[in-house]
Design a protein around this ligand. Structure first.
Ligand code: ROI
Length: 166
């Protein structure tokens, strides 16, 4: 038996039809050979964190069960970002076609040149905590913090959970 890990991936887009970008990304993640999607949150419309002269974002969180090591999952996600036309330049806080961020990888803490897990900003980002708490209400961070309690305490900053009709 190979080791399997449940990974939570945050998806975000605010360029080139964000809803389509997120649903395409979810579809491509479901095709990662060494993984199975186990949950996908609703789509959320969120105000940009960072410079405000950019469009609102669509965010979601997807959970997969995978036999890949974290860095190989990262390779697969970066290939999906690149295929969406993402340009990696110096726009850390700027608009983007597609972000696929590993938020959590099992109960592991990972710190290396390419990857920091848990994702460094996730505790203070409503557009991560709310979709994550939706699909994993009993989840905890490696340090024991409950995702649901973080989600219930955070300022929602006007985030809107989208229904299929909206
Ligand atoms: N803001 C929101 N609302 N959603 C994101 O996914 C997002 N991603 C980013 C920055 C620029 C920090 N702002 C964001 O990378």
């Amino acid at each position: 038996m190979q080791k399997t890990t449940i990974a939570y991936i945050g998806l975000g887009s605010n360029l080139s039809n964000p809803r389509l970008q997120i649903s395409k990304a979810a579809d491509e993640i479901s095709q990662i050979k060494a993984g199975n999607v186990i949950a996908l949150s609703a789509l959320y419309l969120s105000k940009p964190m960072g410079p405000q002269d950019q469009d609102d974002y669509i965010n979601a969180v997807i959970a997969i069960e995978t036999t890949l090591p974290a860095l190989e999952l990262l390779d697969a996600l970066q290939a999906i970002e690149n295929a969406a036309g993402r340009v990696r330049k110096d726009n850390r806080w700027g608009a983007r076609i597609l972000d696929c961020d590993i938020l959590l990888f099992g109960n592991e803490s990972i710190e290396n040149e390419r990857l920091t897990v848990p994702h460094y900003g996730m505790k203070i980002r409503e557009f991560v905590l709310l979709p994550l708490a939706e699909i994993a209400p009993t989840l905890h961070l490696p340090d024991g913090t409950s995702i649901s309690s973080l989600a219930s305490e955070i300022n929602s900053n006007g985030i809107v959970k989208l229904s299929l009709l909206k």
